[in-house]
Design a protein around this ligand. Structure first.
Ligand code: BDR
Ligand code: CA
Length: 341
C-alpha cells in the first residue's frame, strides 16, 4: 500500500490555559542572526537540517557536534564533514562527542539509514577534519564565546547535551533554548512507545528536560506530518545546481524505510523541522506541557510522557509540537536547497 495522505490532523488540546505557561517564544530567540549549535548523528534528515541551517542568513551555526546514534560516532562525524564539504562550508568546526549513551551500549538504526548511517548518493569527500576536542567541551567554548544567548539544536540522542549541562554548568545561563527533535505524544518508531533519539539515551533526555532551560520538543506527532511527497522530492532534486540532486537522492533512500513501514509515497524529514521552527514563527503549533522521560518501563523505556490533558497539575517544562504547516515547510526547504549554487 502506498499513499499520499498525510496522517490525520495534528494534536488538539482540551481544557483551559496551562497555569505557569512558559513564555512564548523562548527568551533570547529574537536575536538575528540567531547563534545555534547543531548536535547531531547524521543521518539523512540530520544532513538536510544542516544544509537548511547553513543556507539561512538569519542563523549563525557556531559549530556542529556529533554523537553516536543513527550510526557509530566515527560515521556520524565523517558524514557531518562530508555535508559541510557539500555545502561549501568546511570552515564550520565539527567536534566528535559521545560514542555511546550515558548507560549501556549504543543501538544504531541501519534499518532506517543503512549501514553507513547515510546510504544513497555519494557525498563529497571531507575537506576538513574534526577538531580534537570532546564535543561537550567544544559546545561550552562555542556558547561562552557567542555574543548572544545560544540555541542548541539536538537532532540525535541527547548524550552530548546532557554531558554539556552536567560538566559545564557555567554556560547554562547562556543557553536560550533547546529546540530538539525527539519524543512523541502518541506513537513510537523504534518501539511502540518510544521515539529513537530519546530511546537511545533516556537518562540523557531526562537531564535535558529537567534542566530548567526552555525546551521545544519536535516529536513524531509533528515530524510524521512533515512529509515531502514524491513529486515535491523531484522538484527538490532539480532545485540548485549541486545540492538539489544529492538531497533528492538522500530523500529517495530515506523514503524506502517510510514506504515499507508506513506505506507513504514520501518521507518525513524529522530533523529539519527543528531548524524550520526557528526561522518560521507559526510553522509549528506548540503547547507548553509537562514532559517526563520514562527511564524504566518494561515496555515503555524512552517514552516521553506528555501531560496533554494536564492531569498532573505540574508546571510545563517544554513547548511540545502539535502540528505543522507542511506545505510551508516544503517550500522553505526547497528555497533553501535552491540557494546553493
Ligand atoms: C530520529 O531518529 C533518527 O533516525 C532521525 O535522524 C531522527 O533524528 C527520528 O526518530
Ligand atoms: Ca537524527
Amino acid at each position: 500500500m502506498s499513499g499520499t495522505a498525510a496522517p490525520g490532523p495534528g494534536i488538539e488540546l482540551v481544557g483551559g490555559p496551562t497555569p505557569g505557561a512558559l513564555p512564548e517564544p523562548p527568551r533570547g530567540t529574537s536575536e538575528r542572526p540567531l547563534p545555534i549549535v547543531m548536535d547531531c548523528d547524521p543521518g539523512h534528515d540530520d544532513a538536510v537540517a544542516i544544509l537548511l541551517a547553513l543556507s539561512r542568513p538569519d542563523l549563525r551555526v557556531l559549530g556542529i557536534s556529533t554523537v553516536g546514534g543513527n550510526a557509530v560516532l566515527e560515521r556520524t562525524t565523517e558524514t557531518a564533514l562530508r555535508v559541510l564539504a557539500l555545502a561549501g562550508r568546511p570552515d564550520v568546526e565539527v567536534a566528535a562527542g559521545a560514542a555511546h549513551p550515558l548507560e549501556g551500549p549504543l543501538h544504531t538504526a541501519p534499518h532506517v539509514h543503512g549501514e553507513s548511517g547515510i546510504e544513497g548518493p555519494a557525498l563529497p569527500e571531507p575537506v576538513s577534519a574534526a577538531i580534537g576536542e570532546f564535543a561537550p567541551a567544544a559546545m561550552a567554548r562555542w556558547i561562552a564565546a557567542a555574543d548572544a544567548p545560544v540555541v542548541l539544536v539536538p537532532t540525535g540522542p541527547l548524550t552530548n547535551v546532557a554531558l554539556l549541562l552536567e560538566e559545564h554548568p557555567s554556560v547554562r545561563d547562556r543557553i536560550a533554548h533547546i529546540c530538539l527533535m525527539g519524543g512523541s505524544i502518541t506513537e513510537g518508531n523504534i518501539t511502540p512507545a518510544a521515539e529513537f533519539n530519546i530511546w537511545v539515551d533516556p537518562e540523557a533526555a531526562e537531564i535535558v528536560f529537567d534542566a530548567g532551560i526552555p525546551v521545544t520538543m519536535i516529536g513524531l506527532d509533528v515530524t510524521h506530518r512533515s512529509i515531502v511527497w514524491e513529486p515535491e522530492r523531484e522538484a527538490l532534486s532539480r532545485a540548485g545546481d549541486r545540492v538539489g540532486p544529492v538531497v533528492g537522492g538522500l530523500l529517495a533512500f530515506f523514503q524506502e524505510f517510510h514506504e515499507r513501514t508506513y506505506g507513504w509515497a514520501g518521507t518525513p524529514i524529522h530533523d529539519a523541522v527543528t531548524v524550520a521552527h526557528l526561522v518560521e514563527p507559526g510553522l509549528v503549533r506548540t503547547a507548553a506541557l509537562d514532559v517526563r522521560i520514562e527511564t524504566q518501563g518494561r515496555y515503555t523505556r524512552g517514552r516521553t510522557v506528555v501531560d496533554l490533558r494536564r492531569v498532573t497539575g505540574r508546571p510545563p517544562n517544554a513547548h511540545v509540537g502539535l502540528d505543522i504547516d507542511r506545505e510551508r515547510f516544503v517550500t522553505l526547504l526547497t528555497e533553501a536547497i535552491r540557494s546553493y549554487r
